[in-house]
Write a protein that binds this ligand. Structure first.
Ligand SMILES: *[C@@H]1O[C@H](CO)[C@@H](O)[C@H](O)[C@H]1NC(C)=O
Ligand SMILES: *[C@@H]1O[C@H](CO)[C@@H](O)[C@H](O)[C@H]1NC(C)=O
Ligand SMILES: *[C@@H]1O[C@H](CO)[C@@H](O)[C@H](O)[C@H]1NC(C)=O
Ligand SMILES: *[C@@H]1O[C@H](CO)[C@@H](O)[C@H](O)[C@H]1NC(C)=O
Ligand SMILES: *[C@@H]1O[C@H](CO)[C@@H](O)[C@H](O)[C@H]1NC(C)=O
Ligand SMILES: *[C@@H]1O[C@H](CO)[C@@H](O)[C@H](O)[C@H]1NC(C)=O
Length: 350
């Protein structure tokens, strides 16, 4: 069954159609419009602003994955807001010491800030493979999404999750997998699309916009097709202004209170005066030739370099690939290559 391919088409379709949704939104003239809008089969908002979602129902359950030998479980990390994260622990039979400490990787899922979930099968399968190949503990976060919870709620939820995980640094937390197996000196932040944007913002919170997390050392920030935009027109052929206009509308939809629009530092890191203080020692950016956000990934790396930040940085550009190809087919040549490079970063061999 061509499940991956099917999901990928859904994923791509979703990505581009969510940009189209914004045309619908803007044609109703404002977010406080009483008209609402219908964008079945993804989302429908009635005149009172009630949101109905149709596309986020597929959830892979946690548990043991026999293909990768990875165990996963869900944990309520914020009872106040009923928020869950998923922990992945590889159980490699060839592992010499079952008590060996493993690198700790955060992975934030994408979906344009308003669709998809951490437990979507595409994300779950990718993370099982990553956890197994990197021999790392991975954490994914079910953050709340716009428009019900506009930006910055998803950044706050993600930060709450980071703090909850970090509270285990002295092995006194409520969760034994983290107490006993996570190496907090080898922590990583990663994410796909909008999740890459979140991973970057978590690095900015860590010691710049929030207090630095105690006992945690973030080594690398790993961005897969990060969702960044901005008013500057970039030179590359994939900086498509037509689609860019849609990103602008999308941003207003997910963040109605925005004052600077697509030049908010939250979507255009080049506008962040503190960019050079990003709280990670290395940055790895994966971009794809056919992704219209490709140039933004390159630009991010360029601006970070110009900011005076002095860490190690690598940009990898995949020819012939599109947005989030790495989730679509886990066995394709480039998808395997992307994970191989990510594993090298996590194990600090490359
Ligand atoms: C949006 O507002 C403009 C100006 O107020 C008006 O001319 C237009 O008809 C409105 N469009 C919709 C879809 O309500
Ligand atoms: C909490 O979230 C779960 C889904 O993650 C849902 O099934 C449950 O109804 C929610 N509980 C409350 C009290 O909202
Ligand atoms: C890992 O595998 C071993 C051997 O199959 C098993 O005894 C153990 O319970 C597993 N651990 C976890 C955390 O699943
Ligand atoms: C820009 O995107 C639009 C909408 O997807 C497409 O029709 C157009 O051909 C693209 N332009 C370029 C130069 O790629
Ligand atoms: C926008 O800002 C106003 C004033 O600070 C606040 O009352 C309102 O709740 C905010 N709206 C959203 C969607 O965050
Ligand atoms: C995934 O990629 C592999 C290797 O290129 C290919 O053989 C397979 O057909 C692809 N699967 C799907 C579902 O596209």
């Amino acid at each position: 069954m061509d499940f991956h391919r099917f999901s990928f088409i859904i994923c791509l379709f979703l990505f581009f159609s969510l940009l189209r949704i914004q045309s619908v939104t803007s044609s109703t003239n404002s977010s406080n419009s009483k008209e609402g809008f219908d964008y079945s089969p993804y989302i429908r908002i009635d005149e009172d602003g009630r949101v109905e979602r149709f596309n986020d129902v597929t959830r892979a359950p946690p548990g043991f994955d026999p293909e990768t030998n990875v165990e996963s479980k869900d944990i309520l990390f914020s009872p106040e807001n009923n928020l869950t994260l998923r922990l992945y622990l590889p159980n490699n039979t060839n592992q010499i010491n079952q008590n060996q400490k493993l690198p700790l990787v955060f992975y934030f899922h994408g979906g344009g800030f308003f669709v998809r979930g951490a437990f979507n099968p595409l994300n779950h399968n990718f993370v099982n493979n990553l956890a197994s190949e990197a021999n790392a503990i991975v954490v994914t976060v079910e953050y709340r999404k716009a428009p019900e919870h506009p930006i910055p709620v998803l950044y706050e939820d993600s930060w709450t999750a980071l703090k909850w995980v970090a509270s285990h640094f002295d092995q006194q937390g409520p969760e034994d997998w983290l107490n006993n197996r996570a190496d907090f000196q080898r922590a990583f932040l990663s994410g796909s699309g909008a999740g890459g944007n979140i991973a970057h913002q978590m690095c900015m919170k860590n010691g710049v916009y929030e207090e630095k997390l105690k006992g945690v050392n973030f080594m690398d920030l790993i961005l897969f097709n990060p969702f960044f935009w901005g008013r500057e027109v970039l030179a590359g052929k994939t900086d498509n202004r037509t689609r860019g206009g849609r990103v602008e509308r999308l941003w207003k939809f997910v963040y109605p209170n925005t004052t600077n629009g697509i030049d908010d530092p939250w979507i255009n890191p080049a506008k962040d005066p503190n960019l050079g203080r990003v709280g990670c020692s290395g940055v790895q950016v994966f971009v794809s030739e056919n992704d219209f956000m490709r140039e933004r990934g390159w630009y991010y790396a360029q601006k970070l370099r110009e900011s005076g930040w002095s860490g190690d940085m690598v940009v990898v550009d995949y020819k012939g690939e599109d947005h989030n190809f790495h989730l679509a087919n886990l066995t394709s040549k480039n998808s395997v290559d992307l994970r191989r490079r990510t594993v090298l970063v996590i194990n600090q061999e490359g």
